[in-house]
Design a protein around this ligand. Structure first.
Ligand code: EPU
Length: 427
């Protein structure tokens, strides 16, 4: 088990470089399966979800060669399997993208149901609705989801809920289908646009990504490409929130400021001074945060993946804030951990009422999921004393070199694994 140990109370200062976007990477990597020659993917984040997908690609028969830590060459030409087991994807949510990609390539896919962070029920009915509209028959048997068709054909699909995953999966399956597919009520997240740009760079014909209507004209084949993944909006937002939480002064580089608008707007409401440059933002905070209300929504709304981090900042705000979760049924599981640190938060369904306290106090806490883990780091940085965050392996799923990056900003943070503990007993 991985633990992060944080001694709080130091303002973060300096400059941190943001890595490639996790949620773009986990869609683009399976998308490589659709190419008929090798692809080079640049600006890949060094995170465990990327490692898991690369392992699954290898097991499917692709040749995966890292050119450096953030660049990979993948040759999918020898892939001859449409079967992705649970062991291959290690319970990742993004394993579902193998369904769309393999269906698009072989007209057949057999994939273990997706796992991922526990936010209550995480259905895939809209993914299945999309595959069926494209002409596939979808069955769930013996714990596996299977989709197959003779030949996929273009169609019109209206998504009943705005779903990132369903939008990605339908794009992957439809890109080589016969005819034109239209996705209405599509997700508009930056990673959807990134996936469309990647597929277009392989010869696809996708229009409208970034709006709620995406039009995909099927093409016969897709060729290899060299493509650089966009910077991670949520990693950037996390360091921005940490700068505010610690009354620091941090410049966050390698970002697309347009992707950060909703985060900038909310952190500015708390009193942060935020300067935007072409590819950087500087976040400076010199006062106690002011209360503010936040409601998460699909893009361009405030991202649900920043909800635990901003809620954590608001635990020490001057006044009472209301945070409403507009995407997931149950994304406040981490609140119990904040309460252990002295936060005053009342959760009622999808709403949390946060009454700001003067300070958080250190306590042993758990990273109950990826972004909750990031929030626990922020809480530890704010708190008096030493906070131990258990189960921090969740954080490595989505944040590259997180301990090193926070330490480079002056945080007192280090990583301990069970082996370190055993070693220290032996000493
Ligand atoms: N939904 C359905 N049916 C479906 C699919 C989704 O009802 O078939 C509902 C969900 O229950 C949820 C809402 O639609 O209430 C949105 O779910 P979505 O499909 O958009 O989420 P996802 O694709 O499973 C991705 C990110 C999540 C992020 C959400 C929302 C990836 C790999 N994951 O999940 O990221 O929270 O979009 O923006 O892209 C994270 O990075 O920490 C993370 C959890």
């Amino acid at each position: 088990m991985v633990k992060f140990v944080i001694s709080g109370g130091r303002p973060l200062k300096g400059c941190v470089k943001i890595s490639g976007a996790k949620n773009a990477a986990v869609a683009i990597l399976p998308g490589v399966l659709l190419a008929d020659s090798p692809c080079i993917i640049e600006n890949l984040p060094e995170i465990s979800d990327v490692v898991a997908i690369c392992t699954a690609l290898r097991e499917l028969g692709a040749t995966v060669r890292f050119i450096d830590s953030s660049t990979v060459e993948i040759d999918p030409t020898n892939v001859n399997s449409f079967y992705v087991s649970k062991e291959m994807t290690q319970g990742m949510r993004a394993s579902s993208y193998f369904l769309g990609a393999l269906l698009g390539r072989f007209n057949r896919a057999r994939v273990a149901p997706p796992g991922g962070c526990d936010f209550g029920v995480r259905p895939i009915d809209q993914h299945i609705k999309g595959f069926e509209a494209l002409g596939a028959k979808v069955t769930i048997e013996n714990g596996m989801v299977e989709a197959r068709s003779q030949k996929l054909g273009g169609c019109s699909i209206y998504l009943d809920v705005v779903s990132v995953g369903a939008t990605v999966n339908i794009m992957l399956a439809a890109v080589k289908a016969r005819g034109t597919t239209i996705i209405e009520n599509a997700a508009r997240e930056p990673h959807i646009v990134d996936l469309a740009n990647f597929l277009n760079s392989m010869g696809a014909n996708i229009m409208g990504a970034g709006t709620n209507v995406i039009k995909i004209r099927g093409v016969e084949s897709l060729h290899g490409t060299t493509y650089s993944i966009i910077p991670d909006q949520i990693e950037a937002g996390t360091y921005m929130a940490a700068a505010v939480a610690t009354q620091g002064d941090v410049t966050i580089t390698n970002v697309i400021p347009k992707h950060l608008e909703s985060i900038v707007a909310k952190l500015a409401e708390t009193g942060a001074e935020i300067e935007q440059f072409d590819e950087a933002v500087r976040v400076k905070m010199s006062v106690r945060p002011r209360k503010c209300n936040v409601k998460t929504m699909p893009h361009p709304g405030f991202p649900t993946d920043m909800q635990p981090q901003i809620a954590t900042v608001l635990t020490i705000a001057d006044g009472t804030s209301i945070v409403t979760e507009g995407v997931w049924d149950n994304r406040f599981r981490y609140v119990d951990q904040l309460t252990l640190m002295g936060a005053s938060v009342q959760v009622d369904g999808k709403m949390a009422v946060i009454t700001g306290v003067d300070k958080l106090k250190s306590a042993p806490v758990k990273a109950v999921d990826l972004r909750a883990g990031a929030a626990m780091i922020i809480a530890g940085l704010m708190a008096e004393g030493t906070t131990v965050v258990e189960d921090s392996g969740h954080i490595d799923r989505g944040y590259e070199r997180v301990v090193e990056k926070f330490a480079s900003l002056g945080a007192d943070i280090h990583r301990e694994t069970e082996n370190d503990f055993i070693d220290s007993l032996a000493e």
